[in-house]
Each structure stands twice: as structure tokens, then as C-alpha cells.
Write a protein that binds this ligand. Structure first.
Ligand SMILES: [Zn+2]
Length: 346
């Protein structure tokens, strides 16, 4: 294995997305006179009568039952839906496809004021079990080619409701990163006989970017991180989806997600916003045995009050710039183990 350079002013190849990322850690401390954002650290009430996700409350369509644990329902305004119109198919250039499928919301807990960090071991496992059930049930539908499970946490990533929840988009679309990862991992296997997920795990497990580990999973800031505090949870065993995990591995994944979320909050003693996405094999009937199942966390902040804006290079040019050194960011997250700072204060 070649030695890894210590100072990361360089371009690095993202082995899953197959794209170059520019690292400019010497620019991370540049003077900033722009807008700053620090997430509000308020404790929401256990029940909010205006919340569409709290037990017993009315929604746009329908009403939540007085649920006790993890609970899912069909999104009232789904992005994929059974009522999406028929389409003509367009022409060679301007093609169209139907938007059929479904979208669901998963509440982690009936308590409006909790987040994933507050779940007990059993509650965290129950959320992962429910994700696995929904992946299988939705993936079996003929109108669903892929099941994307993701959590947008915090107002900086567009979530106005703090109730602990995530979303599931399931329709005739394999999301772009997933499609790319599936193709990349397949080619890697053909070329080397190795699972790409395992190859990356082997690189990371001995290195300086591990932030937490248990019997079944490892959490790290990957060498090819696109965001300053990006974290991947990698399975120790090559699996393609939640459906491949044993009950004890699902419980183990729940604990690792809670561990990562706790370290994020502890970092600056405030609720850390992030986008979490579960990357798993498409369900369009193809062979995805080599797909590298993993969980990705993308926090938008690079400092407690400073956003990583996607601007000229990212939006205009289409390639990411990361103003930090992944080794250093991993060390920061490694240093802030649990318990959660709010429990320490009590
Ligand atoms: Zn609520």
C-alpha cells in the first residue's frame, strides 16, 4: 500500500463516485465576513399539537394513530405516487418516464423532542428493523427500482420539523450516486475479484480516520471525504442492503448511527445538522451482489457557525472542494465520545 501524504493540498480520487475532489486545507481558516449560522439549541416539547408527525395529530390527509414505537406512513404529498400521469416517452433527446412509486415518512419515536441520540438500544434497533422491512416491501413492487432512505436533520438542510424522522423515496429512479456506485463496484470486482466496500474498509480500518467501531461496523471520515465532517459507516462484512443484515447486525448499525450522531452533537455542543443517506442496492431486478452497502453523513457546516456553501466550483463546475484535511477532522470526532453533552450537563 503506498504511503498516504500528510498534508492534503492535492486532488484525491473518490473511488465510489469516480470523480476528483480538490483538497485545500490551507484555505479553511480564511477570513469570513459572510453570513453565519449557528443552529438553535432549544429543547422542543415532548408533544407539539401543531406537529404533523406527533401521535394522534391530524395531517394534511389522515391522522396519526397513538403510535408507541417507530412508525411509518405514506407521505401526504409524495414525490413518487401511484397517481402520477402516464407519459409519452418523449423523443430520443427529450425523454420522459413516469413518476410512479411512493414516498413514506418514518417517525423514529413518538416523543417530539427526541433525536436519534436519545433512542435506547432497542429503539435504535427497531428503527433499523423498520427500514429493512420497508426496503424489502417497497423493493418488491414492480414500480420501484430503488429505495432511498434518508434523514435531513436541522433547518440548515431544510427541515423545519424537529420531530425525529426520516423519509423514503421509492419509485422508478435509481438515484445517481447509487447507480454510479453500483457500476463502479461491479467493475472493481471484475478487475480485482474484491468487493469495493471491503477494499475501502481495509484501507480505512488501520488508518487515522476511524472515529468509532463495533463488531459489525466501522465509522470513519473517509480519505475521499467531500465535506469537512463527512462520515461513512462501513459494514465489516460485504453486504448489499439492509435486507442482508442479521438481526444482531441491524442492532449494531443502530448503535453506530447513534454513536456518530452523538459525536456530531458533542463536537460543538449543539445539534449538528446533516443529511444521512443509506446507500443500498437497487431493486430493479439487476444483479447487485457486489453493491457496497454503507451509510453516509454529510453535515453542511465546516465550523460551528459557517456553512460549506456549494457555489462556483461545485454548482458551476460540478466538482467538490473540501477546505479541510480528513485526518484532522477524524481526530476531532474521535476526541468527543459520548455520553451526549446534554446528559453530561444534567
Ligand atoms: Zn412531533
Amino acid at each position: 500500500m503506498p504511503p498516504e501524504p500528510r498534508v492534503a493540498w492535492e486532488q484525491r480520487w473518490h473511488p465510489l463516485r469516480e470523480e476528483w475532489i480538490l483538497y485545500t486545507p490551507h484555505r479553511g481558516g480564511r477570513p469570513w465576513i459572510g453570513e453565519t449560522h449557528r443552529p438553535a439549541d432549544v429543547d422542543p416539547p415532548a408533544y407539539d399539537p401543531a406537529c404533523a408527525l406527533c401521535p394522534g395529530n391530524r395531517r394534511l390527509r389522515g391522522e396519526n394513530p397513538p403510535y408507541a414505537g417507530a412508525y411509518w406512513f405514506t407521505n401526504d404529498l409524495p414525490c413518487f405516487g401511484p397517481d402520477a400521469p402516464d407519459v409519452s416517452g418523449g423523443d430520443d433527446l427529450y425523454r420522459t418516464r413516469s413518476a410512479r412509486g411512493t414516498a413514506e415518512v418514518v417517525c423514529y419515536h413518538p416523543d417530539h423532542g427526541k433525536t436519534f441520540v436519545d433512542l435506547t438500544d432497542a429503539e435504535a434497533a427497531a428503527v433499523v428493523d423498520l427500514w429493512a422491512d420497508r426496503y424489502q416491501a417497497l423493493g418488491a413492487r414492480p414500480d420501484v427500482d430503488h429505495v432511498l432512505i434518508f434523514e435531513n436533520k436541522g433547518s440548515l438542510v431544510g427541515t423545519s420539523n424537529p420531530h425525529p424522522h426520516c423519509q423514503i423515496y421509492a419509485g422508478g429512479l435509481i438515484y445517481g450516486h447509487i447507480e454510479r456506485e453500483a457500476a463502479t463496484a461491479r467493475r472493481h470486482f471484475e478487475r480485482t475479484g474484491e468487493y469495493l466496500g471491503r477494499t475501502i474498509l481495509k484501507r480505512e480500518e488501520a488508518g487515522p480516520r476511524v472515529i468509532a467501531a463495533n463488531d459489525d461496523f466501522l465509522a470513519c471520515v473517509p480519505w475521499f471525504a467531500r465535506y469537512a465532517y463527512e462520515v461513512f459507516i462501513l459494514p465489516r462484512r460485504p453486504v448489499a442492503s439492509l435486507a442482508d443484515l442479521s438481526p444482531s447486525e441491524r442492532a449494531s448499525l443502530g448503535l453506530m448511527i447513534r454513536e456518530v450522531a452523538t459525536r456530531y452533537d458533542n463536537l460543538w455542543k449543539m445539534p449538528m445538522p446533516y443529511v444521512m443517506a443509506i446507500h443500498q442496492a437497487p431493486t430493479d431486478g439487476g444483479d447487485y451482489a457486489t453493491y457496497p452497502f454503507h451509510v453516509e453523513f454529510h453535515p453542511p457546516l465546516r465550523k460551528p457557525d459557517t456553512m460549506k456553501y456549494l457555489a462556483g466550483p461545485e454548482v458551476g463546475g460540478g466538482s467538490m472542494t473540501n477546505e479541510s484535511d480528513p485526518d484532522e477532522k477524524a481526530a476531532e470526532l474521535r476526541a468527543v465520545a459520548g455520553p451526549h453533552y446534554k446528559r453530561m450537563a444534567r
